[in-house]
Design a binder for this molecule. Structure first.
Ligand SMILES: NC(=O)C1=CN([C@@H]2O[C@H](COP(=O)(O)OP(=O)(O)OC[C@H]3O[C@@H](n4cnc5c(N)ncnc54)[C@H](OP(=O)(O)O)[C@@H]3O)[C@@H](O)[C@H]2O)C=CC1
Ligand SMILES: O=C(O)C1=N[C@H](C(=O)O)C[C@H](O)C1
Length: 255
């Protein structure tokens, strides 16, 4: 079986968990990991995560020269770094490397760059790459169409040190046509990994659709789910809801 070769950007809270999921999946080979600083440079992520085999050699952004991707070929670049990581996409796209961006907050010019690169390779962008959040996103849209007069609020909960509003919550608000600064309620407490709740207030009932990431490994499983699909796609810009919607549509029971 030919393994899908993965290059990972980011080895922080989430990147380490994502690396672990790829290392444990027989369909993938984690080839390298790029981080910002030079901590553990040249070591292997597999060793740092407790495995005996060698996989996921650590590089820093300073190593990303013109020949990096040619010398270190992969099939898919997976980005859990920061919005700065996007500067390394064009060289990867030129090499035909597919790209999964899981960066939760991009500016308009970043989206314009993704649009520019979509003719060169297949890319998937998702501010929350879990199966569950994308199911919540679709289910919320369906419910809103069934109950268009419902009063809707979004609550997002994350760990204390997360400074910015959840990109996932902003995406949900945008999708439901809600004003982001009026209908997104943020809670920062303890070590909550990520919880998103969409509350529909109807005259005689309240409907809550909730997703909770209880481990950052969920993001690794989402990236695996996405990589197995994206590897078969032609050049273009995709998102998780494209794929989940198709699964949703194909599995709605017909009574
Ligand atoms: N789409 C999704 O489902 C999810 C998205 N995220 C997003 O993933 C990102 C990372 O989150 P988190 O792990 O908590 O953050 P951390 O700060 O814990 O880790 C960030 C990692 O990225 C590295 N890094 C930062 N900038 C660059 C760069 N330009 N090139 C390469 N590596 C870089 C850092 O390097 P160093 O270690 O050297 O400092 C660090 O390893 C955030 O944008 C977050 O919103 C998080 C969870 C889920
Ligand atoms: O920073 C995080 O951790 C997360 N960020 C994403 C967001 O801002 O929506 C996704 C997830 O909730 C975790």
């Amino acid at each position: 079986m030919t393994k899908i070769r993965i290059g990972l950007f980011g080895f922080g809270k989430t990147g380490k968990q994502v690396a672990g999921e790829f290392l444990n999946d027989k369909h993938f080979e984690l080839v390298w990991v790029v981080r910002r600083n030079e901590t553990d440079l040249g070591k292997y992520a597999s060793h740092l995560l407790g495995h005996e085999f060698k996989a996921g050699k650590l590089f820093s952004v300073n190593d990303i020269g013109p020949d990096f991707y040619r010398k270190n070929p992969v099939d898919v670049l997976v980005d859990f770094s920061s919005s700065d990581g996007i500067q390394y996409y064009e060289a990867a796209a030129e090499q035909g490397i597919k790209i999964i961006s899981a960066i939760s907050k991009y500016e308009e010019q970043d989206f314009q760059l993704l649009e520019k690169l979509k003719s060169k390779t297949a890319m998937l962008y998702s501010p929350n790459i879990t199966l569950g959040v994308n199911f919540l996103l679709i289910a919320s849209q369906v419910l809103q169409k069934i109950a268009p007069h419902a009063d809707i609020e979004i609550v997002e909960e994350h760990f204390r040190k997360k400074n910015e509003t959840s990109g996932t919550a902003l995406k949900i608000a945008e999708t439901l046509g809600l004003e982001k600064d009026k209908h997104v309620n943020s809670i920062r407490v303890g070590g909550i990994v990520g919880k998103h709740e969409v509350i529909f207030g109807l005259p005689n009932q309240t409907i809550r659709i909730i997703h909770e990431s209880i481990s950052r490994a969920a993001f690794g499983q989402g990236a695996i789910f996405a990589a197995k699909w994206l590897i078969e796609q032609a050049a273009g810009l995709y998102n998780m809801e494209n794929y989940i919607t198709d699964l949703f549509r194909r599995n709605i029971p017909v009574y």
